[in-house]
Write a protein that binds this ligand. Structure first.
Ligand SMILES: C[S@@+](CC[C@H](N)C(=O)[O-])C[C@H]1O[C@@H](n2cnc3c(N)ncnc32)[C@H](O)[C@@H]1O
Length: 248
């Protein structure tokens, strides 16, 4: 299981959370009573859900005690739990999942199950990275293969498949956005992937080889994402959004 490092993950806080903000403003629910953030991580977006809907009971769920330990104390209830086995005690009005469901298998079963937990008029709002094919991640996989390490592709379906999976269950919108993040500092794409994707490889590589692996990864990523004359690096990152609303 991937271990999350809250400090490292939050280095690119603004860039990682922008898709969550963009998802949040698309949720059309004026007065939800129950709001749940699945895979809430450090709870920063969960707190923003609570600010938007101050009268709602807002719950954040995550299986990483380390991430939850960094959550702000803003009146939100944070629960240690696994999305795969999570069931609400009562129907949910807004079910939010930013950058978490790509870790959960079998989306053809998962998404209808999540929609079935919604109250009448409720909304499931999901954002997931579509980074598998971008150079940052293919370079990581190619290098991993040289160390005899391979990882499974994420369970994320083709965007249009979510319309099919939720047909008849919810009124569903799907869209894809490529953010062109402008990052500063030394080799920022290496630093970005070091807080997420790299860990799965290091877990499978002999610790004696970690230094060489990371040095070579840094070299290849710098080649693929060189800084411009202002020492800024453009990092395109594609995200998939699913917004599913059940009838009132
Ligand atoms: C990329 S972080 C996103 C965190 C937060 N939603 C945000 O946008 O900042 C993914 C989070 O999903 C959590 N996660 C992954 N698989 C999970 C599972 N099966 N059950 C609960 N949480 C899970 C991880 O612990 C991590 O905190």
């Amino acid at each position: 299981m991937l271990t999350w490092d809250p400090g490292h993950y939050e280095e690119f806080f603004a860039e990682r959370h922008q898709p969550g903000h963009d998802l949040l403003v698309r949720i059309d629910h004026s007065s939800p009573r129950s709001v749940v953030d699945l895979g809430c991580g450090t709870g920063r977006l969960t707190s923003e859900l609570a600010i938007r809907w101050p009268d709602a009971d807002v719950v954040g769920v995550d299986r990483s005690a380390e991430m939850l330990a960094s959550a702000p104390d803003t009146g939100v209830i944070f629960q240690l739990g696994d999305i795969e086995t999570w069931t609400p005690t009562s129907p949910v009005d807004v079910l939010f999942a930013n950058a978490s469901l790509q870790w959960i298998p079998d989306h053809r079963t998962l998404f209808p199950n999540l929609v079935s937990t919604l109250a009448p008029g409720g909304t499931l709002a999901v954002q997931m990275p579509l980074s598998w094919d971008q150079p940052s991640h293919s370079i990581l996989r190619e290098l991993g293969a040289e160390y005899d390490v391979s990882i499974a592709a994420p369970p994320t379906l083709e965007p249009g498949d979510y319309l099919e999976v939720l047909a008849g269950l919810a009124e569903t919108e799907v869209w894809v956005t490529t953010y062109h993040h402008v990052l500063s500092g030394e080799n920022p794409v290496f630093r970005w992937v070091s807080s997420t994707g790299v860990k799965r490889f290091l877990d499978r590589i002999n610790p004696d080889q970690h230094g060489a692996f990371l040095d070579e990864l840094a070299r290849r990523l710098l080649g693929a994402y060189p800084p411009d004359q202002r020492r800024e690096t453009v990092f395109p990152f594609t995200r998939l959004f699913v917004l599913a609303r059940v009838s009132a």
